[in-house]
Write a protein that binds this ligand. Structure first.
Ligand code: 5GP
Ligand code: ZN
Length: 114
């Protein structure tokens, strides 16, 4: 947990461009954006992957999705559309072991992903 870069972003050890924050979750711009809008939404409490979701984490994840309508409006992608994706494990392409949701928008996105 202590070496986790997203935990360090939560506690301010690593700077980030925040777009939303409350007591449970944080959203900030991805360092290497793949779209004009690319932010990450994370639970503040460390949880390494979707495989570890328990009742408390599930509540926090539900909270994330309650915030999405407001967030996408603020980011100006509510009408154009967007994608939310969470990569899990090696095959899923997860590189940071702290659960996060990518919110991507601002351009037409390809499907299916590679
Ligand atoms: P994953 O590959 O695990 O699905 O997504 C991790 C994401 O975190 C990547 O898109 C990567 O660009 C982003 N990322 C990695 N380190 C940092 C960082 O220190 N700050 C920010 N803002 N994003 C990061
Ligand atoms: Zn963490």
């Amino acid at each position: 947990m202590n070496d986790c870069i997203f935990c360090k972003i939560v506690n301010g050890e690593i700077p980030s461009n925040k777009v939303y924050e409350d007591d449970k979750i944080l959203s900030f711009k991805d360092l290497n954006p793949e779209a004009p809008v690319h932010v990450l939404i994370i639970p503040k409490k460390h949880i390494s992957s979707l495989n570890e979701v328990d009742d408390e984490a599930a509540e926090t994840i539900a909270h994330i999705f309650k915030i999405v309508p407001k967030l996408v409006k603020e980011l100006g992608i509510d009408e154009g559309g967007y994608r939310i994706v969470s990569n899990c494990g090696e095959d899923g392409g997860q590189s940071v072991p702290h659960v996060h949701f990518h919110l991507l928008g601002g351009r037409s996105l390809n499907w299916p992903p590679g």
